[in-house]
Design a protein around this ligand. Structure first.
Ligand code: GAP
Length: 443
């Protein structure tokens, strides 16, 4: 199967089964903005819940935060985004297409007569690159003037830095400690695409870890290891995960060192998370721009310093896409194609489907009762329409790890059939035990 075909099939499955829809579709859609349907919202929520559990609930040294999307405009001057969060933009005067200036498909130097448009092939039609700021602007209050400009945040990290002292004062933390947050970010990307991989509105799962300067290198290495483990624990194939170290020309303006965790998508190896040693750049800049002291007094060592920051920054949408790509497979079963989303059970949107074999002989009544019992413990689905084989296939496509079938025998022996999505093997389990049986396997 060609790689592009896999993405096309996945996008179509996502729409058909209610994972992801194009935003404002009935109006023709809005470029690179997507909506999550009933199954997609569960999948993304499960990814975010796992991140929150690993980063906040399972640790004593990280606190949670939910900062506002709109922030004081000076924040973005201090962070360097007003001056530096830009991409070079090139227009083709002939076909009117737009490109990033560093688009590898462009032959020659944009702005020069030899440069060739990668879409229409015209020579000399590309403008010289001009810098384009990726932040979305809007106005606060009724007057649309420069003084009222505010930005939709392009990263959640700044909400953490400006709250660093609030959290420190309100909690019992001491450096080293971290602050974690999940929230929306917005970037007016020039070349978004690849479905929900690069979008203009997305969610980030970011954690900023504040450390003594001389320990930043050690913490950076620790966080690299922990974050890679987290992705593997999501069930992603280890062979499709790798590290990419940023070279000197790739490093962001704030970073002393940076590594990306990359995944091998059908469209190539791409970043899903960045781990950055940001040094004291952020707190020093906010100190300078706000005029407020943001240093830390280490009582034990009797010294003051501006903490260094080790950041872990993952995209929730990108990780959700990664789980979809990683889970997608096609198999031939008895001469027919079976499409399966083999999610790790902990992130599967629906954990179990309850299916009466036929819609008669008391089976629907027993199945409905069981469904109501089970859904109190985890998300379930009830389906009594169509042949049992077709119902299994629908659940395979939705990534549901277990199907529980109530059949004629259930009424005699009190047992149900539990079918495993991956092996398709079926076992008989006592009705009273089926909740515990599934819970044990999805935890
Ligand atoms: N605070 C650091 C920061 O924002 P980044 O490398 O620009 O670093 C971090 O972004 C992560 O956010 C990326 O690894 C990616 O998962 C996600 N991300 C960034 N831009 C995105 C976009 N346009 N669409 C979807 N996810 C995006």
């Amino acid at each position: 199967m060609a790689d592009t075909t896999v993405m096309e099939k996945l996008v179509s499955l996502c729409k058909r089964r209610g994972f992801v829809f194009q935003s404002s579709e009935i109006y023709g859609g809005l470029g690179s903005v997507w909506d999550y349907g009933p199954l997609g919202v569960e999948l993304k929520k499960n990814v975010k819940d796992r991140w929150w559990r690993a980063m906040v609930h399972a640790r004593d040294d990280i606190e949670g935060l939910d900062a506002a999307i709109l922030m004081h405009p000076r924040v973005w001057e201090a962070s360097g985004h007003v001056a530096g969060f830009t991409d070079p933009l090139v227009d083709c005067k002939q076909c009117k297409n737009r490109f990033r200036g560093d688009d590898p498909r462009i032959k020659g130097t944009p702005g020069e007569p030899d440069a060739q448009c990668p879409v229409c092939g015209t020579k000399g039609s590309l403008t010289a690159p001009r810098l384009f700021n990726l932040m979305f602007k809007t106005f606060m209050g009724p007057v649309e003037e420069q003084a009222a400009v505010v930005y939709l945040r392009p990263e959640t990290a700044q909400g953490i830095y400006v709250n660093y002292q609030n959290v420190l004062n309100a909690s019992r933390q001491k450096v080293p400690f971290g602050i974690a947050q999940i929230g929306k970010a917005f970037r007016n990307e020039i070349t978004p695409g690849n479905f929900i991989f690069r979008t203009r509105e997305f969610e980030q799962m970011e954690m900023q870890f504040f450390v003594a300067p001389e320990t930043a290198g050690e913490w950076f290495e620790r966080w690299r290891e922990w974050r890679m483990e987290w992705h593997k624990d999501l069930g992603l194939a280890p062979a499709r995960l790798r590290w990419h170290q940023h070279g000197p020309t790739e490093l962001a303006h704030y970073a002393k060192a940076a590594f990306d965790i990359e995944y091998e998508f059908p469209f190539g190896w791409q970043e899903i998370e960045g781990i950055h040693n940001r040094g004291d750049y952020d707190l020093t800049r906010h100190q300078e721009y706000s005029g407020k002291k943001l240093d830390y007094f280490d009582q034990a060592a009797n010294r003051r310093f501006v903490p260094f920051i080790v950041e872990t920054s993952a995209g929730a949408d990108r990780v959700a896409l990664t789980t979809l790509v990683d889970a997608y497979r096609e198999e031939t079963v008895e001469g027919e194609t079976r499409v399966v989303l083999g999610f790790h059970p902990s992130i599967a949107p629906i954990k179990a489907a309850v299916l009466p074999l036929v819609k008669k002989d008391g089976m629907p009544e027993v199945a409905e009762r069981l469904y109501h019992d089970l859904r109190a413990a985890f998300p379930c689905f009830y389906d009594d329409s169509g042949a049992i084989g077709r119902r299994y296939r629908r659940m395979d496509e939705a990534g549901t790890p277990f199907c529980v079938t109530v059949d004629g025998e259930t009424l005699n022996d009190g047992q149900v059939t539990v079918r495993d999505r991956d092996s398709m093997q079926q076992v008989r389990v006592a009705q009273a035990q089926v909740g515990a049986y599934i819970r044990e396997r999805i935890s």
